[in-house]
Design a protein around this ligand. Sequence first.
Ligand SMILES: [Zn+2]
Length: 255
Amino acid sequence: MKIIKTLTAVALAACMSLGLVACGQAGDANSSSGTEDASQAEAQTSGEATSEDFYITEITDDIFARIKGKSFKDDCTLPREDLRYLHVLHKDIDGNVHEGEMIVNKHIADDVLDILRELYENDYPIERMRLVDEYDADDEASMEDNNSSSFNFRFISHTTRISKHGLGLAVDINTLYNPYTKVVDGERIIEPITGEPYLDRDASFDYKIEPGDLCYNLFIEHGFEWGGEWTDRKDYQHFEIPDSKLAEWYPENVE
Ligand SMILES: [Zn+2]
């Protein structure tokens, strides 16, 4: 357990109310990113987080009601008990503090909470962290909004095996600026499609994940692999648990 620092009640209240507002407005997220708010600036100056800001819970009935039929699809074969809800704070590129939510597998919940807390405490920018359910579990819409997320149930195409996002064992960070790309039958696929300008990894831009940066280092230290280092495709937003752990935790899900 790390040292828990105290945040003033005023700053905490400001922070929480802002976060609640931010979390309820997935649709107009793009239009609000440039606005500056005095109370937001006030909240960020404290810069210290409490256990009320960073915590893990099981999937309560309230949370389940938000994900059922969306990320927790009707054909979901992963038990609800295998998932955990993470509540965190994160900072955007301007240092504004936001409330973040993420659902991940129980096996990586502590690791991901530690990573997100370290990123927050070191001012590593993450623009948005909402449940993908706020985008009706539409990955493309979530990625175009630069949303960071993990669990979204799906099988690997033409198999009965669950994908790593479907198990909550993969985490995507700052998705618009760190797109996925693969060439299939001579055609380049890019997800999100609006992420095309950010396939130039020599260019300099905000929210870019690179080997050696804090986000990369923390995920690697916690045993994840980075999709930006794959050779048959590139998935710059993507950190996942290696197959060896998958075989240990979900042997029935391995080929
Ligand atoms: Zn991913």
